[in-house]
Design a protein. Sequence first.
Length: 435
Amino acid sequence: MKKHSGFEIRPEERQSWISIAFVWIGSVICVPALMIGGMLGAGLTLGELFAAILIGYALICVLMIFMGMLGCDTGLPTAVAASSALGEKGAKYIISSILAISCIGWFGIQASVCGASFSSMVLDMTGLDIPVWASSVAWGIIMLLTACFRFAGLKWLNNIAVPLLAIVLVYTLVDVLSGGGAEPLRGYTPAAPMGFVAALSSTVGSFVVAAAISGDYCRFAKSRADVVKSSIVGVLPAGLGILVIGAVLAICTGSYDISVVLASSGLPLVGLIALILATWTTNVSNAYSGGLSLSVLLGQDEKKSQITTAVAGVIGTVLAAAGILNSIQGFLSLLSAIVPALMGTMIADYWIKNRGRAENFELREGFYAPGLVSFFAGALVACVTGGTFAAIPFLSFLNLPFFIGPVNGIAVSMLLYSAMAPAYGKRVNISRGEI
């Protein structure tokens, strides 16, 4: 046995729910979300668009609240808290690896997107040709420095960036709509209609991984009520706003390349600021969660998380500069698709088996079969029914779309764990300071 996990939050580290909500707002507002909004706008009527976003993000909020309360009660990040359901080694070698690779990879992709857009927009505005790799490295380093300050860095960045970003996006929207730009919205009918369930699946999939790692941030909450408030206020309004803005901009301009849309606004510099802030606020969270997961994987504690966050960011930045991330984006998408099943296993463990009581929460040594079986089964179901294998030629025969892939995976892992776990023995209680 070893003493504690090294990641517990002290009472003085707890934050206000507003600070946590700002972190969520900064994570929700990102370039991929604007692009997903544009995609949804191309296939849905405006009424269907609102409904798909509200229902999708409501599901996300429910999952975030369950996972966030677990983090708040225990003071532990997701990669550590998973030890209860999958065993310490299962959480360390499987979950931490998946989360670390996913977060580091997506950090690199976001830095690459930011770098490419920055170089393109600077060239259009000034004629200065900055190599994409140089822009990617520069912005990757800037984002990484913010992430190394842990939650304090996230709080500082989002308190400044979120209000400014909201102003910039609203300005861009007004600029596009003015002067007859709103004409395409009148009586809008999508040229290529999209099924409502497919739209709902895209909406959920756009933020479901963030729900899985919500414990990384909600562990700083002062109470369960604060988790609820920060999740709802931080996700629903921002999610609805950013996807609707993305849809409207795409419909009105006819372009789904957000960098082109922002650059063509009345003040291209304003558009450039919006793009950078949208990427920055999201990518800091990628680096932070990637650093936490890497720290768990390497057997380090919270004190070393700044170092592992720096390592995570450097790896992501190097990958972005090398230009190899496009070749592994499918692999990263696969990892992202299997993460939601982790929530089903952890929710069943804490909220069903342990009845949502912190005093019943225990960290288990080794590998725990019920958790591992339910996680892998749920992950497989999520991939098969969610279209994940459609883009992988030799696995395309496993593509059997049904309802919402991530939700299917969560449901299967919850049911399996609830059925299997009662047959297994006792665990060491964390309240005794042992795991």
